[in-house]
Design a protein around this ligand. Structure first.
Ligand code: HEM
Length: 148
C-alpha cells in the first residue's frame, strides 16, 4: 500500500547512519523526559548527564538495538504479526528494567522528531501519518508485556 511505500522510502535515508539518527532520537527523549536517564545503568553505574549517556559505548549499543527493531518492523510491514512474540518479550524486558508503558508515547514523539530532523520537508503529513501507524502497531505489540 501507498503508506508502506512512504515508510520504506523515508527509512532508506535514516538506516544508513543508525547511530547518528538514533542519537538525535534519544537526545530529544531525554530533553522531553529527563527521568528516563536513570533507567540506563550499565554495571550499576548511573550517568551524570544525558551527554555522558549519549556517548557511552553500551548506550550506543542500545541505540543500535532500537534502530534494528525499527528496521525489522519496516522490513516486515506486510507481516507485522510475525514480530508479535518478539515484541511482547521486548515489552516484558522493558517492564523489568523499570520502563513505564506510557513512556513509549514520548519515545514516539522523539521518533517523529528524529524523522523530521533527518528528512526535512520530505517529512510531509502523509509520511508522518504512515510512521505514526507503524509505531503504534509496534507499541501495541510491546504493550502486552506490561499486561501480566
Ligand atoms: C534493552 C531501556 C526504548 C529496544 C534495554 C535495556 C534498557 C532499556 C535499560 C537493557 C540494557 C541494554 O540492553 O542496553 C530503554 C528505555 C527506553 C527504551 C528507558 C525508552 C523509554 C526502546 C525501544 C526499543 C528498544 C523504543 C525498540 C523499539 C531494546 C532492545 C533491547 C533493549 C532490542 C535488548 C533486549 C535484549 O537484551 O534482548 N532497553 N529502552 N528499547 N531495548 Fe530498550
Amino acid at each position: 500500500r501507498a503508506q508502506q511505500a512512504l515508510v520504506r522510502e523515508s527509512w532508506q535515508r535514516v538506516r544508513g547512519d543508525p547511530v547518528q539518527h538514533g542519537t538525535v532520537l534519544f537526545r530529544r527523549l531525554f530533553d522531553l523526559d529527563p527521568d528516563l536517564l536513570p533507567l540506563f545503568q550499565y554495571n550499576c553505574k548511573q550517568f551524570a548527564s544525558p551527554q555522558e549517556c549519549l556517548s557511552a559505548p553500551e548506550f550506543l549499543d542500545h541505540i543500535r538495538k532500537v534502530m534494528l527493531v525499527i528496521d525489522a518492523a519496516v522490513n516486515q510491514l506486510e507481516n507485522l504479526p510475525c514480530l508479535e512474540e518478539y515484541l511482547y518479550n521486548l515489552g516484558k524486558k522493558h517492564q523489568a528494567v523499570g520502563v513505564k508503558v506510557e513512556s513509549f508515547s514520548t519515545v514516539g514523539e522523539s521518533l517523529l522528531y528524529m524523522l523530521e530532523n533527518c528528512l526535512g520537508t520530505a517529512f510531509c503529513p502523509d509520511v508522518r501519518e504512515a510512521w505514526t501507524k507503524l509505531y503504534d502497531a509496534v507499541v501495541k505489540a510491546m504493550r502486552h508485556g506490561w499486561d501480566t
